[in-house]
Unconditional design. Structure first.
Length: 272
């Protein structure tokens, strides 16, 4: 997704984004405990492409970890800033292109930790974002964390299983529906980051069919913008029928909540 399309997409979904996007508690707890142990008094964690900062807010609210949140989209930042103020969590917001941070974050550098949640696939030039991150990290001890889809993560979601052509139309992950680990490792290495480990998170979510359909119409995933309006409506009809066949409880009970996997991977990198 190029910058113009990315800006328009997130401007249009900013107000409903947190209503249709979940926050995976397992990764919140994993990183929260880790940051609490290793950086209780260090500079803030840098979160890039923060959007509405839902993950930094969750970690800060539960563990008191300060975050510096950077995003280019003013509409998304406004939602995050408002929520952070309501919860009184230690977040600082900066509007900036994540690829052009020189000088902007100098008072805080170097960072011990940099995070990016559900956003790496929105950057077509992975080596460039890797280089930008490496420049912000402590050269000896810095670590970065990309919470993203790797391997068959997207295929195994409810969308990959039941939504027509979802996997075929999702091509944001270096041309694939999820990152190939070898391709992602190579792209990050070109930008000066070495993949140290990959931690799988087998997350499960629960939704009614109506909630799932709302996610589609709210463009929960930018993938849904790859469908023309008439194509999307036809795909929604097929998806609804498939869900009712796979989960017959939904036929007569609109409140029935479908339990479905939403696998993710935490890719950990260090300066190389």
């Amino acid at each position: 997704m190029n910058r113009k399309k990315r800006t328009l997409h997130f401007r249009s979904v900013a107000e409903v984004y947190d209503q249709v996007r979940g926050t995976d508690r397992p990764v919140v707890d994993y990183l929260g405990y880790f940051f609490s142990k290793y950086c209780p008094h260090s500079p803030p964690v840098l979160d890039l492409a923060t959007g509405t900062a839902r993950y930094p807010i969750a970690i800060a609210h539960s563990f008191g970890i300060p975050f510096l949140c950077v995003d280019e989209n003013a509409s998304m930042l406004a939602v995050g800033r408002s929520k952070a103020e309501q919860l009184r969590v230690p977040l600082t917001f900066v509007k900036s292109d994540c690829l052009r941070l020189d000088g902007i974050l100098d008072p805080f550098r170097p960072f011990s930790f940099v995070t990016m949640f559900n956003a790496l696939h929105h950057f077509s030039d992975i080596p460039s974002i890797a280089y930008a991150i490496r420049h912000q990290l402590h050269p000896a001890s810095g670590r970065c964390y990309f919470y993203t889809r790797v391997g068959d993560d997207n295929v195994r979601t409810i969308w990959g299983h039941y939504f027509p052509e979802f996997v075929e139309r999702e091509r944001h992950y270096l041309g694939k529906s999820s990152f190939s680990l070898s391709c992602l490792t190579s792209a990050l290495h070109k930008g000066g980051l070495i993949v140290q480990e990959c931690i799988p998170f087998e997350v499960y979510e629960k939704h009614t069919l109506d909630e799932l359909l709302r996610k589609v119409r709210s463009y929960h995933f930018s993938t849904f913008r790859a469908y023309a309006p008439d194509e999307l409506e036809k795909a929604i009809a097929v998806f609804s029928n498939r869900i009712r066949c796979a989960f017959p409880e939904t036929r007569n009970d609109p409140t029935y909540r479908i339990t479905h996997p939403s696998p993710m991977t935490l890719v950990v990198g260090i300066p190389g």
